[in-house]
Design a protein around this ligand. Structure first.
Ligand code: SF4
Length: 358
């Protein structure tokens, strides 16, 4: 299948003749014909082009809780898709077949932004999620798809590592309604050694999203035994979140499964996640969750005032629902932080692969 280069704007011509991509902190400086570390932004025709515009690695209808977002239209379905490539190089990547692909034939489905929005609407989804690989690198495609969704009353969700420069970040998030940002660890050493990145730009993105946008924000921390699961690190991370973002940003501690280049680590024990959740709650985080394990208590939403269960979850299946129509606790009236729309959706735990016809 032929590539579909799409002109981009976030780049700078350097004195030495190279062109620097300004989308993310990697600042790839490219000669004609070269691609950046993400493989999908390429210097061609004396500018930087996106080579994956209009091409997807596949579509699937998921529960919104799977992104994970627990406080954004709970129980509704989301049309998920991604492209190829990534601007980080995480050794534990769980989607490496797409994120590390240099093969454009990974991108099986051609889909215009309008086709994506139309499919999401037809399938009864409330939102579209840019996921599987990081939408930072295909921001032009994601923004156009988000706009097409908004025209149909659908929301747009970014699942991202937050590794992005300030200018393109501001443009990108004007088009988004919710984000789950993967805070991979709380040490620069981890970002450097395991992801070939840096921590500081990610913290900048979190503060930007919380304080300068209306985007609904949740955070995921994938806990890898021996690498980023020390209680002291979780304590420092959640302390920083409360101090810099406030207590209302939900945090998901999720289990690692050996993958990609990181196969010498065991899966995360459930007790590690439970302990991390306890540390977060003790530090003042109001909504802390465990993920990728079966844990009804750790995955249900409780009222931050009276402690009663507001939304019960069994994996991605919702049980008891005790929020009123305005998202307040049915027992004590305290508001639950999030985006709620009356009664919960009824999608359940299903995962439905979808093929879009061009
Ligand atoms: S988006 Fe891609 S090409 Fe641009 S700086 Fe980041 S890794 Fe390099």
């Amino acid at each position: 299948m032929a590539e579909t280069p799409y002109p981009t704007t976030w780049w700078t011509r350097l004195d030495d003749g190279r062109i620097r991509c300004d989308v993310c902190p990697r600042a790839c400086a490219l000669h004609e014909g070269q691609t950046g570390l993400c493989f999908v932004r390429m210097r061609a025709g004396d500018q930087i082009m996106l080579t994956t515009y209009g091409r997807s690695s596949g579509f699937c209808v998921d529960p919104i809780e799977k992104k994970p977002l627990n406080h954004f239209l709970p129980g509704t379905s989301v049309l998920s898709f991604g492209t190829a490539g990534c601007n980080l190089a995480c050794r534990f990547c769980q989607n490496w077949d797409m994120s590390k692909s240099r093969e454009m034939d990974t991108l099986a489905d051609a889909a215009s932004p309008e086709q994506i929005a139309e499919a999401a609407s037809r399938l009864g989804c409330r939102s579209v999620a840019f996921t599987y690989n990081d939408p930072v690198i295909f921001m032009e495609y994601a923004m156009d798809a988000a706009d097409a969704c908004r025209e149909r009353g659908l929301k747009a969700v970014a699942v991202t590592a937050g590794y992005m420069n300030a200018g393109p970040r501001a443009e990108f998030y004007r088009h988004m309604d919710a984000a789950n940002v993967d805070l991979k660890a709380f040490t620069d050493d981890f970002y450097h050694r395991i992801c070939a990145g840096r921590l500081e730009p990610v913290l900048d993105t979190l503060e930007y999203l919380k304080h300068e946008t209306a985007v609904w924000l949740e955070i995921t921390n994938l806990m890898i035994p021996g690498l980023n699961d020390a209680p002291e690190e979780t304590d420092a991370m959640t302390g920083w979140i409360v101090e810099h973002l406030g207590p209302d940003v939900p945090v998901h501690f999720t289990a690692f499964h050996p993958d990609w280049k990181l196969r010498d680590r065991p899966p995360t024990p459930a007790v590690t996640l439970t302990h991390a959740r306890e540390i977060a709650l003790a530090n003042g985080i109001r909504y802390a969750y465990t993920g990728n394990v079966h844990d009804v208590v750790g995955q249900s939403t409780c009222c931050c005032r009276c402690g009663g269960v507001l939304i019960e979850r069994d994996w991605y299946e919702l049980g008891a629902w005790r929020l009123d129509e305005r998202g307040r606790c049915g027992a004590c009236g305290e508001a639950c932080a999030g985006v709620f729309d009356g009664m919960p959706g009824r999608w359940g735990a299903r995962r439905l692969p979808v093929r879009l016809r061009g």
